[in-house]
Design a protein around this ligand. Sequence first.
Ligand code: FMN
Length: 152
Amino acid sequence: MQITILVGTMHGNASSVAQALQFSADDIQATIDVLPMDGLDITVFDQPGAFIICTSTTGSGDVPDNAQALFHSLDAQAKYLGHVRFGLVALGDSSYGDSFMGGGKQFDERLRDLGAQRVGEICVLDAMETSQPEEDAVAWLQAWAVQLATAA
Ligand SMILES: Cc1cc2nc3c(=O)[nH]c(=O)nc-3n(C[C@H](O)[C@H](O)[C@H](O)COP(=O)(O)O)c2cc1C
């Protein structure tokens, strides 16, 4: 199983979560590559395998700066992504109210609009609720990998 984690981050929290997921690749018998979103566009989804969008939120529910180009290319270079299966790891802080996890939610909505299939529930990493986002994400990955293996 090949998995590519696309990382959207402002200050590195999402990168360290992605790295923890990569370290646990052997546990789920997968090969995991971690790619910062910087400079990527929709063509990244031409790669084989499944994807994990691992992104924080900035501003008022916005995608991080390094995710802007990729996110906007989902409109500017829109194409059908029916072959794409992805998981979502969304970092945020529920004290931001309605904009909680806005970055992750925007990716989720847009990718699904383009025909991509989200596998499993969103891995919600709320800074108000957890002090161990890496451990939470690794636990989520175990269940997600099982769902991915059985997804159509
Ligand atoms: C300026 C700023 C704005 C933020 N805005 C939001 C927000 O609108 N919604 C949310 O859920 N979290 C928000 N957060 C919380 C971050 O998403 C959270 O701290 C996350 O762990 C940061 O991860 P990163 O270092 O990978 O960017 C904000 C944080 C900062 C510093």
